[in-house]
Design a protein around this ligand. Sequence first.
Ligand code: PMT
Length: 224
Amino acid sequence: IQPTAHCLQGLKVLISAGPTREPLDPVRYITNRSSGKMGYALANAALQAGADVTLVSGPVALTEPAHIELVKVETAAQMYEAVMSRAPDHAIYIGAAAVADYSPAIMEPEKIKKQKELTTIILHKTKDILADVAKLEKRLFTVGFAAETHDLEAYARDKLKRKKLDMIAANWVGRELGGFDSEQNALHVFWENGEKTLAMMDKTRLAEQLIGLIAERFKGYESL
Ligand code: PMT
């Protein structure tokens, strides 16, 4: 499943990458360990495969990719707006971002003081970008990611079905190798009637293989 130079020729592909930052006050935020490497590698691989790529990225420390439209966002709400406003114009969505599932209900306008011994933060669930892209009237071929610490296949298949995705790429996180913020990763990719394991390798090569697989499945999808 090496992608050919033209397997996504002329197609508009929208990709999300990186973490989101959910502010608590002007100096503090809640975030996660995503470096953006997986999403950026996918954007470059899609470009190499001939696609017209838009990358919506949370805050990362990576070089801005050339020949790719880069939309920088910070919060899950901003990522939601950036993706949803652009999605209808695209054929494929790949959600590689580690979007915060919860965000502080209140952003304090001033720095929170350490007056109390015990304090609580109220969190609200964020809107699910992936599920809402999959629900759009103009159908996109929708690829989700699943980051799991246990029961990888069961959770990934549940997300595939519940969010009505065309494909899900699941990875182990919180282990020594792969997942968040490493150079390498391995993916277990699932779709309705099939699956494929992509072994541990550099995210650059892994992204090429996933793009090859997406292009293959997308062709079948188009002819439905
Ligand atoms: O960035 P790297 O350091 O290279 O690491 C790569 C990665 C581990 C971040 C990546 O491979 C990955 O797994 N990305 C998804 C991480 C994640 O948030 O997984 P999840 O199982 O919590 O979410 C499932 C899916 O729903 C994801 O496609 C996510 O983008 C999407 N989601 C989640 C919440 C939300 N509010 N909106 C969403 O769209």
